[in-house]
Design a protein around this ligand. Sequence first.
Ligand SMILES: Cc1cc2nc3c(=O)[nH]c(=O)nc-3n(C[C@H](O)[C@H](O)[C@H](O)COP(=O)(O)OP(=O)(O)OC[C@H]3O[C@@H](n4cnc5c(N)ncnc54)[C@H](O)[C@@H]3O)c2cc1C
Length: 445
Amino acid sequence: MREGSVSAGPVVYWMSRDQRAQDNWSLLYAQSMAVETKSPLYVVFCLVPRFGAAETRHYDFMIKGLSETESRLRARIIPLQVMAGRPVETLPAYLNDLRAALLVTDFDPLRIKRDWTKAVLGQVSVPVHEVDSHNIVPCRIASQKAEYGAYTLRPKINRLKDNFLTEFPRVRKHPFNTADMLKPVDWEQALRTVKCAASRTQVDWISPGFRAADRMLKDFIRLKLPGYAETRNDPTRDGQSNLSPFLHFGQISAQRVAWEAQQSGAPEPDQEAFLEELIVRRELSDNFCHYHADYDKVSAFPGWARKSLAEHEADPRPYLYPESRLESAETHDELWNAAQKEMMQRGKMHGYMRMYWAKKILEWSEDAEKALSTAIRLNDRYSLDGRDPNGYAGVAWSIGGVHDRAWPSRPIFGKVRYMSEGGARAKFRANLYVRMQEEEKRDSP
Ligand SMILES: Cc1cc2nc3c(=O)[nH]c(=O)nc-3n(C[C@H](O)[C@H](O)[C@H](O)COP(=O)(O)OP(=O)(O)OC[C@H]3O[C@@H](n4cnc5c(N)ncnc54)[C@H](O)[C@@H]3O)c2cc1C
């Protein structure tokens, strides 16, 4: 990112996307550089008062996870410092005061982190090294261009996967830090600097942090991975791993999850189906956002989809809903309403329903531009795992044919793949799913 010889002096790891104290290549790299020059190692996290559509449910999840990370780092005599404010307002002065010799940070394809990094780079002269700790095959190594679909990325990943899908070394007690560097973070005070909107409902079915993530992973491997290939697409069965909130905040490493799944002895087709989602589909999303800076705009859709959607822009819509009606789950379609309620109440919608949900937003909006912005806003606001490349790619797949192929043309959708309520009802017990969301609503505080 910024090369230059690294002199002896403190190494700072600016943790952002990968908020964990183990199985973290950025931290391991920062530590190895500090050990090489016999220097202290510091970890900093910049806590911004607002982050896109994130609300208190997201900040709570993140901050509780970070507080566990702080304890784990402490056990390795590595301090974590939380700095309130935008990185460009806090990091440069901190690096100068410390006379830091190197800044290490997490790779992140989203614009907000790219802009932060660029602004910080403009203010500091230390070398800055970026490490991709989120992907198994690092995004830039997997492919040097925007991929057309899973079918073009898959062979590239498969060629490289065995070099990267390994066990992790352990983070050591840092030999050049001292106990007096370990000032505890005042989490109450940190939370007071946050100015985001309060969530209407809190999420209580999932606990944040690495320990909870690890428990969820172990339960998934034991109970749900055998059978995953079949059950994951049925929204009435609890067949998915539910790991996406942890993966989003980097509280667990995708490489750890893939490694454990691969060692599990679960039937081959189930392992394959799971690793396809966790590695190929997830890394395809990072590829999409990294090579399309306009990942949340219609301009990132493939040409055939843009043309075809434009040709059908004037088609009459059977229903046209303002965003407020969608948000409050008041459409004529009880299946769609149930999906919206699932996302609002639980902070996570089933993967199959996410596709149906976004495609119906296209069907009921004036045009693709409006549909895209509505779907992104709602997903980012209510999903714990929102504001993630997977979300931008998933919505773009549903509404704009990204990573998909052209289908026979039909009203409104043009050549973008269509999903019908009848099709969904033929696939699973839709009435049961609707009842499940009603019951969830009755039970929520
Ligand atoms: C409209 C739409 C919006 C979406 N929004 C998000 C989002 O905001 N955040 C998010 O993480 N995912 C999103 N997805 C992708 C996918 O639906 C979720 O990752 C998955 O349902 C998360 O649940 P899980 O962890 O239980 O998944 P599992 O089935 O257990 O899969 C394990 C992991 O594989 C990855 N994965 C699974 N399916 C996909 C996929 N289709 N694309 C990319 N990665 C995948 C995720 O990291 C997931 O955690 C979206 C998909 C669509 C169609």
